[in-house]
Write a protein of this length. Structure first.
Length: 556
């Protein structure tokens, strides 16, 4: 596999450190470097990159399976071997370590920055920070790739004759490249989980004088295009300019509001409604992963609760602040969360709610242990967790796996952002291991198709369906449990207690569960006809076979 790093060099020392003498580049025989000396002519970076694309020998490269082009700035340093990352990638997509996703909310437009494992620091090495998200080996879909590094295969460049727009000097040239690729050829951009470092950190993109000029060019170029949201940044990470009504570049499944919906407190087949009904009036509540605050709003309005919230997404927090129902809103990443940073919260809450949260965490057990310090302790009773768990053992997932498939979706049990998966048994053991006792369990129901695009249930044989259908837990979409700390009981005793609470006897079947079981057909109608006919034949034939058997015994 051939890999080519292409850079425009206007700082020898920085380029040598980050690219040319980088051990992950220099010591790999499959990697070659191409550098354009720009200290004299000072051509636009888009012009230099096109010079490379125009001079590359695509026919000869095809003999070796083509080449991966890594267009990178001279201040971009890779911190791991890139070859294993590129080995199994789809050659029909464009990749990078940093990008953005566009999304719309309440007539406002926002961006989310999506990163691999990218360090940022200033040229002198100060103000080091890590920007990171979790991604699969095949990458995470985004709308735009950042210009620091763009990776594309030579076969894709040759197929569509892709080129950079040479009117863009240093900014917006990759954004323009991506927009053209998306609109004209439906080529997707993806973020790779690459370890890297950017050595020219800016506090505000507008510190670079040329940015506003280049951004205006970008807007002017696409002002008549109704399918694009113009991309711009300020310190609050909001889009500055919007063009057109139809924004087909936006990636809905990374919209943090995809789980945001108003709570119908009368709908008991909804996890947030169940959580709402398990909280007493006038309680103190910490809503972890509060999103835009819909649960907090309901608790304040109907139960006069004092609600605080923890949320990772800044845009969602801004929306939640507008509700004026939270005592405090904290922006925090639970994966690197320390209770010592919030001493005023210790022992404060009657309830800590984690609705659709634990499945998104790297170490959910550690997070629960840390959050338990915020629960009340006292004679009147200890505070409690209310947690919703998605059930990966739902009939739709069982059916899909039996059909040798595993299809990620935008939301639901196989949400692309889920890191952890739970079943009834693992929930029992998981909570017992943390000395947590289930006091109450409720559940929500979904039919056998689930949220998958295909109905795998219809493909399964009769007795497989019967086996799945006989287990009521196969219809559970989410378990909602109220749990409390119990340090006096051993693990085995807690497992037995939790198991008892997690049972669903027929007396506890909800109306939705009965309906879902009734709708889970074991056979299509035409198959049912032949099955009943076969069973009827067996019954009619049985007396004859019995007589023949008696005759054989008599003659012996």
């Amino acid at each position: 596999m051939q890999i080519i790093f292409i850079s425009v060099d206007n700082n020898y020392e920085l380029y040598n450190k980050c690219v040319k003498e980088n051990p992950f580049v220099k010591n790999n025989s499959n990697i070659t470097t191409v550098s354009f000396d720009n200290t004299v002519e000072n051509k636009f970076i888009s012009v230099r990159y096109n010079e490379f694309l125009n001079s590359f020998d695509y026919a000869k490269s095809q003999e070796y399976g083509g080449a991966w082009f890594v267009f990178c700035h001279n201040d971009w340093e890779i911190l791991e071997d890139i070859e294993p990352k590129l080995k199994n990638l789809d050659k029909n997509a464009i990749y990078g370590p940093i990008g953005i996703v566009l999304y719309k909310r309440n007539a406002k437009d926002y961006i989310i920055e999506w990163c691999g494992q990218c360090f940022e620091k200033k040229r002198d090495g100060s103000n080091l920070r890590l920007l990171t998200n979790t991604h699969t080996d095949t990458g995470t879909c985004v709308d735009i790739i950042d210009a620091q590094c763009m990776i594309i295969h030579s076969s894709l460049v040759e197929k569509y004759n892709l080129r950079f727009d040479e009117q863009f000097e240093y900014d917006m040239y990759v954004e323009d490249f991506m927009v053209n690729a998306k609109l004209k050829y439906n080529i997707q951009g993806k973020i790779l989980n690459l370890k890297c470092c950017h050595w020219s950190q800016l506090d505000n993109i507008n510190e670079r004088e040329s940015y506003s000029i280049q951004h205006k060019k970008f807007i002017d170029k696409y002002k008549k295009e109704k399918h694009i949201a113009f991309i711009g940044y300020n310190q609050n990470k909001k889009i500055l300019d919007i063009g057109g009504k139809d924004k087909n570049l936006c990636s809905e499944y990374f919209n943090p509001y995809r789980y945001d919906s108003k709570i119908d407190i009368n709908n008991l087949n909804n996890s947030h409604s169940i959580i709402f009904h398990n909280i007493n009036n006038d309680s103190t509540v910490l809503d972890v992963g509060c999103n835009t605050g819909v649960l907090g709003e309901a608790l304040k309005k109907y139960k006069n609760c004092n609600v605080s919230g923890i949320e990772y997404d800044a845009a969602a927090i801004e929306t939640a602040k507008g509700l004026n129902v939270f005592d405090e809103l904290i922006q925090a990443d639970l994966n690197c969360f320390e209770p010592e940073d919030f001493p005023h919260l210790k022992g404060k809450f009657d309830y800590i709610v984690l609705g659709d949260v634990l499945e998104h965490l790297v170490w959910p057990d550690k997070v629960l242990n840390k959050l338990s310090e915020f629960l009340k302790r006292g004679e009147k009773g200890d505070g409690k967790f209310i947690i919703s768990f998605p059930n990966i053992a739902h009939a739709s997932i069982k059916s899909q796996i039996l059909c040798d498939d595993w299809e990620y979706t935008d939301v639901g049990l196989l949400d692309r952002t889920h890191l952890r998966f739970f079943t009834r048994k693992t929930i029992i053991e998981f909570l017992a291991g943390l000395h947590l006792k289930i006091e109450k369990m409720d559940y929500t129901i979904w039919d056998v198709k689930g949220m998958q695009t295909l109905n795998y249930w219809n493909i399964l044989p009769f007795f497989t369906k019967l086996f799945i259908k006989n287990n009521p837990h196969s219809f559970v979409l989410q378990y909602v449990v109220v749990v409390s700390k119990d340090m006096d009981k051993c693990y085995t005793h807690l497992c037995d207690t939790n198991k008892e609470k997690m049972e669903i006897p027929k007396t506890k079947y909800t109306k939705e569960l009965k309906k879902a079981k009734r709708r889970a057909k074991l056979l299509p109608l035409h198959r049912l006809y032949w099955y009943l006919k076969y069973r009827l034949y067996q019954k009619l034939d049985y007396p004859l076979r019995r007589i023949e058997k008696c005759k054989r015994k008599a003659f012996k």
